[in-house]
Design a protein around this ligand. Structure first.
Ligand code: C2E
Ligand code: CA
Ligand code: CA
Length: 661
């Protein structure tokens, strides 16, 4: 066993510290680099020796011993050359064995070489002795230098060469050899000293390298941790939006390089998550999101990746989705997985999810475009096929294009105040006398033609233009309504996306006050959808209107989600039965029963009831029979301009307009 340096260099079998291991590996590395050359030099020296002393020495000395040496060193040479060629990281056991072997083989070799040099010279002349010894000593010197990373061995080598030679010189009795011996001894001490210094430097280098590596390792670890955080959704542990974009870019690249089959991207959006969060708190909401992530991952299996884009929106990359049928099948599997109830801390929550797919089947797709398309499909699923899957098609994009064109034009139209108000009569069904007018927006565009409110109102909502539009329209509606007889009320629509915005009631009330319009002549029409979007906000807005003395109508009754309970809860003054019921009042017993029960509820709650979309006299008669008090529809009149409405009431429009101005 070699004790190189007490702390670092023991080649023991006990578990090695990382630093110790690094040191030993580097020692071995150095040896692998120098030993082949060293053995080659020793072999050449041996051959020269044999040839030089061929005539003066017996065969056993000149031939047999060198042949044994030669064979041994050739084997070692081959071994170290192979070790060098094999590569940088041999097994630790091999390293330990190599070092152990070197630690005794090299001094023994040095001893043998010096013996070889000395023995023949006992009978030779001074010149021969000097040359032989010089050569052996030089080889020992080189060896000692070469293995200076094993300090004890390197010292042993120099001693094993120098001591026998010096003793031999001293015994030889030739006074000329005395100074030479002194030189050998001094040089040997110098070599020992320099080797010790070299070894210390070597150790220090290894230590600082090791520290650097460890520091880099820590930095690398910190970097890996930071990367993991940056690419992981902290709540669910799923890949996050950034990670998803990277994966999508990569998937597109692989597909473009024809390394993978067509694939698909899906966005899954939860329906009904917000109420869970609002009612049961964020803790439950978080637990639901975690479970949603797990269920989606389970349904997808090893077909791709699930990421959380944020909020209640998840995204999926699904491999090998070749066509729409595949996508629908997978999409429905994903949304089906969300249907079973979520049992969290004694709370049972129900959810559903809608899924929008975009297939990547053609080269050159862009990730942002793929996601936008999946989002379009999701939008369609949410608006038309809630709880199911839609796959992107080209016509969806055309709709979007058209939508963005409309949005551009709408901005200009709103700022130019180009959108007009028309008014449709609301009548007492029995007398057919006009009792009010509903204001309906009309937009005629030079290129787009007549754009219906059902198209531009949602666009105004989504592009943040709805407040400005509604206020402009309300100003116009009130200006006209002020010219009507004072017993004719104005019914004004507030859209779903607007009712739940802040300040909506304030703004409407301030216009009403500015225009000096009596609140008891005003009705605000709201829809069930608007109320359901944000119950609290809707309730507050409605309360503000009511407090100001404005009446509230529930529009399109029967088409939304509301239940009779909600109608009872909120302070409505009127219910407007949707046209779809009016359409069936003459022909469908079932529809008649529904209308009857709505009318019954209105009577119970002491609120008015109006039927929309009456087009035929028999519908009017049927509704009267059922007990409905008010009506609206083409039978009584289509919507008309402000001037026409004023004329209708037999008032000179010009005079009235001037009066109100
Ligand atoms: P709504 O509030 O239910 O308005 C009634 C719609 O039915 C109007 O269509 C009206 O022209 C139409 N209508 C009335 N009687 C009949 C009938 O007998 N037969 C048929 N086939 N249709 C009839 P319009 O003006 O296209 O409005 C559609 C929807 O757009 C409205 O439904 C309302 O929800 C919305 N809207 C219209 N104007 C405004 C507005 O100024 N603000 C807001 N927020 N929404 C508006
Ligand atoms: Ca309406
Ligand atoms: Ca309606």
């Amino acid at each position: 066993m070699v004790k190189l340096m007490p702390i670092y260099s023991s080649v023991s079998a006990r578990p090695l510290g990382k630093l110790r291991e690094a040191l030993i590996r580097e020692q071995h590395n150095m040896l692998r680099r120098v030993l082949p050359a060293l053995y080659a030099t020793m072999i050449i020296t041996l051959i020269i020796f044999s040839i030089s002393f061929e005539s003066t020495l017996p065969d056993w000395f000149n031939l047999y011993i060198p042949v044994i040496f030669f064979s041994f060193m050739s084997l070692r040479l081959v071994y170290w050359v192979r070790s060098l060629i094999k590569g940088p990281e041999p097994d630790m056991n091999i390293i330990r064995r190599d070092l152990r072997l070197i630690s005794w083989v090299t001094p023994v070799m040095a001893l043998s070489y010096s013996a070889l040099a000395i023995l023949p010279t006992t009978g030779g002349d001074t010149f021969q002795i000097t040359i032989a010894v010089l050569v052996v000593w030089c080889v020992a010197l080189i060896t000692s230098f070469s293995i200076s990373t094993l300090p004890i061995t390197s010292i042993a080598v120099i001693l094993c060469a120098t001591i026998p030679i010096s003793i031999n010189f001293a015994l030889h009795g030739n006074p000329n050899l005395v100074p030479l011996t002194t030189v050998f001894v001094s040089l040997s001490l110098l070599v020992i000293y320099t080797n010790t210094v070299t070894y210390r430097t070597f150790v220090e280098t290894i230590i600082s390298q090791w520290r650097l590596t460890r520091k880099n390792g820590v930095i690398e670890g910190q970097r890996a941790f930071a990367t993991r955080i940056a690419y992981t959704d902290t709540l669910t542990g799923l890949p996050n939006r950034r990670s998803f974009y990277d994966a999508l870019d990569d998937a597109i690249l692989q597909f473009n390089l024809k390394r993978t089959n067509p694939f698909a991207v899906a966005i899954v959006d939860l329906d009904g998550f917000k109420p869970i969060n609002d009612v049961h708190g964020h803790g439950t909401g978080d637990a639901v999101l975690i479970e949603v992530g797990e269920r989606l991952e389970e349904s997808l299996g090893d077909r791709g990746m699930v990421a959380r884009l944020g909020g209640d929106e998840f995204a999926i990359i699904a491999n090998d989705v070749i066509n729409s049928e595949d996508a629908i099948l997978l999409g429905n599997k994903l949304v089906e997985s969300l249907r079973p109830t979520f049992e969290i801390d004694m709370i049972t929550a129900h959810l559903s999810g809608s899924c929008g797919f975009c297939l990547v089947t053609e080269k050159g797709a862009k990730s942002s475009c793929v996601l936008e398309r999946a989002d379009l499909a999701l939008y369609k699923a949410k608006s038309e096929n809630r709880g199911y899957t839609e796959v992107f098609t080209k016509d969806m994009e055309e709709k979007v294009l058209q939508r963005s064109m409309i949005e551009q034009a709408l901005r200009i139209a709103i700022s130019n105040n180009d959108i007009e108000m028309q008014f449709q009569p609301i009548v007492d069904l029995k007398s057919q006398k006009i009792i009010g007018m509903e204001a309906l927006a009309r937009w005629d565009h030079a290129y787009l033609g007549s754009v219906p409110p059902s198209k531009f109102i949602p666009i105004a909502e989504h592009s943040g233009l709805i407040s400005e539009l509604t206020e402009n329209l309300f100003r116009k509606a009130v200006t006209t309504a002020k010219s009507w007889p004072s017993d004719i009320f104005l019914s004004f629509n507030i859209s779903a996306g607007h009712l739940t915005r802040q300040n909506v009631s304030m703004n409407i009330l301030s216009i009403m006050l500015q225009q000096n319009f009596s609140p008891n002549r005003l009705e605000i029409e709201v829809t069930e959808t608007a109320i359901m979007r944000n119950m609290e906000r809707a309730r507050a807005t409605i309360a503000n209107f009511k407090q100001a003395g404005i009446r509230i109508s529930l529009d399109d009754f029967g088409t939304g989600y509301s239940s009779m309970n909600q109608v009872r809860e909120l302070p409505f003054d009127k219910i407007k039965i949707d046209k779809s019921f009016t359409d069936g009042v003459c022909d469908s017993e079932r529809t008649r029963n529904v209308i009857l029960s709505v009318i019954g509820m209105c009577k119970n709650l002491n609120i008015s009831c109006l039927a929309e979309g009456i087009e035929r006299e028999e519908q009017r008669q049927a509704l009267i029979e059922l007990g409905c008090g008010m009506g609206q529809g083409y039978l009584f009149g289509k919507s008309m301009s402000g001037e026409e409405s004023i004329e209708l009431f037999g008032i000179d429009a010009d005079v009235e307009q001037k009066k109100s101005a």
